[in-house]
Design a protein around this ligand. Structure first.
Ligand code: ADP
Ligand code: MG
Length: 339
């Protein structure tokens, strides 16, 4: 008899997990920004160099971490966000898998600086390919800064697979938009190669959309508001005459998380039936709030797809409320600058 099965060493397991979580620099942007939101930051700064290939850094003014937590945060399945399987169905955080930092640290050079409000000094940890290079006591402001350098330095095939700087930057800006739209009450800044790309002040939802997509957007937004027992819908759809040739501004959030759903996208676009010119696409920025018990977010590592208990009811409510708003707007223009 000969036994051949072995447990993989941590750094190998982490690298395998990283394959799922980190596709490109934009994936790092998403994970780090979501961690900053979960830490209750009110200002989040994203700094990238060379489309994120050389550097992705996120600096927040959130809760920070203790020395022990700073070290533990890089372990796989280490999370402060859930404690039991039941917690998966009462999630109030973006994260819960405890995999992002472990994955990122397995395939990049990572420098963490963090400090909690009540502490005099903070912690700096440098970790490269899952190996802790150094850990020091440092003076640093309250909050956390995580710099991710040389992504995929130890996976040449992945590094070579990255697209042009223009394409990778586009992906990063898409992620930035999604996170910033989901959280208008947080200030977001973005810098690329030393220049400011965005400075989005804390604002309401309409202002956030306008700050991202330009002043002209303001007049094209039709408010959508609906509240039923199963869902609360809020946000805006673009007036039909502003529909686009490209499928650009279509944002759909569930409990403050950007979600892709072809089915619910259809509910929205079908509400535009007869209003859109051929081969143009509706714009929308819609937020759904549902009871966390009625959705399952744990079906995909990047969490951009979720499973709803009752998709059919949601479809019907969503379609009806968008139709209602468009109908109201056709009778009398809606002048609502407050929301
Ligand atoms: P998850 O977000 O799923 O818990 P991560 O690997 O992204 O897993 O992070 C691990 C843990 O590290 C988090 O649960 C959190 O406690 C801590 N952490 C990560 N980023 C931050 C941050 N910016 N501020 C404070 N704590 C953080
Ligand atoms: Mg996380």
């Amino acid at each position: 008899m000969s036994d051949i099965i072995q447990l993989l060493p941590d750094h190998v397991a982490n690298q395998i997990a990283a394959g799922e979580v980190v596709q490109r620099p934009a994936s790092v942007v998403k994970e780090l920004m979501e961690n900053a939101i979960d830490a209750n930051a009110t200002t989040i700064k994203l700094i990238i160099k060379d489309a994120g290939k050389t550097l992705v850094q996120v600096i927040d003014n959130g809760s920070g971490m203790s020395v022990t937590d700073a070290r533990l945060s890089f372990e796989r399945h280490a999370t402060s966000k859930i404690r039991s399987a039941e917690d998966l169905f009462q999630l109030h955080t973006k994260g819960f898998r405890g995999e992002a930092l472990a994955s990122i640290a397995a395939i990049a050079h990572v420098e963490l600086k963090t400090k909690q409000e009540q502490d005099e000094v903070g912690t700096q940890i440098v970790i490269e390919g899952s190996e802790v290079v150094s850990q020091d006591v440092i003076v640093t402001p309250k909050g956390t800064s995580i710099a991710v350098k040389n992504l995929f330095f130890n996976i040449p095939a992945r590094r070579n697979f990255l697209k042009s700087n223009q394409v990778e930057t586009r992906h990063i800006i898409d992620e930035f938009h999604r996170v910033a739209l989901a959280h208008p009450n947080i200030q977001f800044l973005m810098y690329h190669n030393g220049s400011e790309v965005f400075n989005l002040p804390e604002s309401n939802y309409r202002q956030r959309i306008v700050n991202i997509f330009g002043a002209k957007t303001n007049e094209k937004l039709v408010p959508v508001n609906e509240e039923t027992e199963v869902v609360k819908i809020s946000g805006f759809v673009g007036k039909p005459e502003y529909a686009k040739k490209t499928r650009g501004e279509q944002y759909f959030f569930v409990n403050d998380r950007f979600i892709k759903s072809a089915y619910l996208n259809h509910a929205i676009t079908s509400a535009f039936d007869g209003l859109l010119k051929d081969s143009t696409h509706a714009s929308y920025f819609l937020n759904l709030k549902v009871n966390p018990k009625t959705i399952d977010i744990n079906i995909h590592p990047t969490k951009t797809e979720i499973k709803f208990d009752d998709e059919h009811t949601l479809y019907a409510i969503l379609r009806a409320s968008v139709k209602h708003s468009l109908g109201q707007f056709n009778i009398a223009p809606v002048l609502d600058f407050e929301r």
